[in-house]
Design a protein around this ligand. Structure first.
Ligand SMILES: Nc1ncnc2c1ncn2[C@@H]1O[C@H](COP(=O)(O)OP(=O)(O)OP(=O)(O)O)[C@@H](O)[C@H]1O
Ligand SMILES: CC(C)(CO)[C@@H](O)C(=O)NCCC(=O)O
Length: 316
């Protein structure tokens, strides 16, 4: 056994797809036909096997882990002789641009809200915490979107700390992939959910990772369970380019789209532009700022071709 696999064995339980899928045990597929169609609607390539083999065991694991936290609260209640603060369980999902974080997050939200112990599951993406376009332009960060310095980390940590403190209503800013900017007209209210899923490139980063070192609390300080979605870089680039080409036929056609001028591109032109954005922005960000946080995650989901999950690593 080489030293890498010895280290991996020391840190993680490693599951092949087959071994992991058996951990579903008796969990039924609780999604109705309509819900499944809705999930598939947002992503027609999502296979039912992916939901039953990968996401059902994962929802069982998360249900048990959230249950342990709820048990601990009962102990606290007995000890304090009063109800402990109502604090949501926070699950984070990170990984590269285009790895499928938001798809994973939406499937988990749909599955987790079926458990009677935690029916209210909210989903927030950190995209809304990117600085508004005008600020990014002023700071010279237009080619650094997604890098740590492009997020208002103070706003993000204040948000998550207010949610964790059990505040009745906390507003999350929203991002528009159409205008490529923070939305000024609408916020997402978060009202004391049982579970909050927080999805974004940067959720495992700490103040020590960024250029401006800071000891202020960061998102990862508030997260109870962290998931990293992983895939080889050539596949990520391929998925990013495929999505860019799809957008050209959908989102980019919208006259309000920031990328409206891309809607008339030929396939070759679109591929060249997408490849360039990947090589100059998203790939360096992955190597410098995202991948180095992977081993902090409690759970690593490893994808292969066609978004098929091949391996699952669970921290011991
Ligand atoms: N399980 C899956 N099966 C099939 N296709 C998928 C799956 N997950 C994601 N995809 C596809 O991969 C692409 C990226 O997915 P998604 O938008 O969820 O990624 P993301 O990591 O949230 O991206 P970003 O960081 O840019 O917001 C999309 O085109 C999506 O349809
Ligand atoms: C909004 C982010 C940063 C993260 O989801 C990403 O999708 C993005 O816009 N990256 C910048 C480069 C690009 O357009 O892909």
């Amino acid at each position: 056994m080489n030293s890498t696999s010895t280290l991996q064995n020391a840190l993680y339980y490693t599951f092949t797809r087959d071994k992991w899928s058996k951990l579903r045990k008796a969990v039924p597929l609780t999604l109705s036909e309509t819900e499944l169609t809705r999930l598939r609607g947002m992503n027609e390539q999502l296979s039912l096997a992916e939901v039953t083999d990968i996401y059902l065991p994962l929802s069982r694991l998360l249900n048990l882990i959230v249950g342990a936290k709820q048990q601990r609260n009962l102990v606290l209640e007995q000890f304090l002789d009063q109800k402990p603060d109502q604090s949501p369980y926070i699950i984070s999902i990170s990984g590269s641009v285009a790895v499928g974080k938001s798809t994973t997050a939406r499937i988990l939200q749909a599955l987790l809200q079926h458990w009677p112990e935690h029916p209210k599951v909210d989903l927030v993406t950190t995209d809304g915490f990117l600085y508004p376009l005008a600020d990014l332009k002023r700071k010279g960060l237009m080619k650094r979107k997604g890098f740590p310095e492009s997020y208002d980390v103070k706003m993000l940590s204040q948000f998550i700390s207010a949610v964790k403190a059990g505040q009745k209503e906390v507003l999350a800013p929203l991002y528009s992939h159409i205008t490529y900017d923070r939305r000024h007209d609408e916020h997402q209210p978060v009202r004391q959910p049982d579970i909050l899923i927080l999805e974004g490139l940067n959720v495992l980063q700490t103040g020590m990772d960024t250029l401006v070192h800071s000891t202020a609390p960061f998102v990862s300080d508030f997260v109870d369970f962290s998931i990293y979605v992983d895939a080889p870089e050539p596949l990520l680039k391929q998925w990013y380019m495929q999505r860019f080409l799809q957008f050209r036929q959908s989102a980019f056609i919208n006259p309000d789209s920031y990328f409206n001028h891309y809607s008339n591109l030929t396939d070759d032109e679109a591929n060249a532009i997408a490849g360039n954005i990947w090589d100059t922005i998203n790939a360096p960000n992955l190597k410098l700022n995202i991948q180095p946080t992977r081993e902090r995650a409690h759970l690593i989901l490893q994808k292969g071709p066609n978004h098929t999950m091949e391996k699952v690593l669970l921290q011991k």
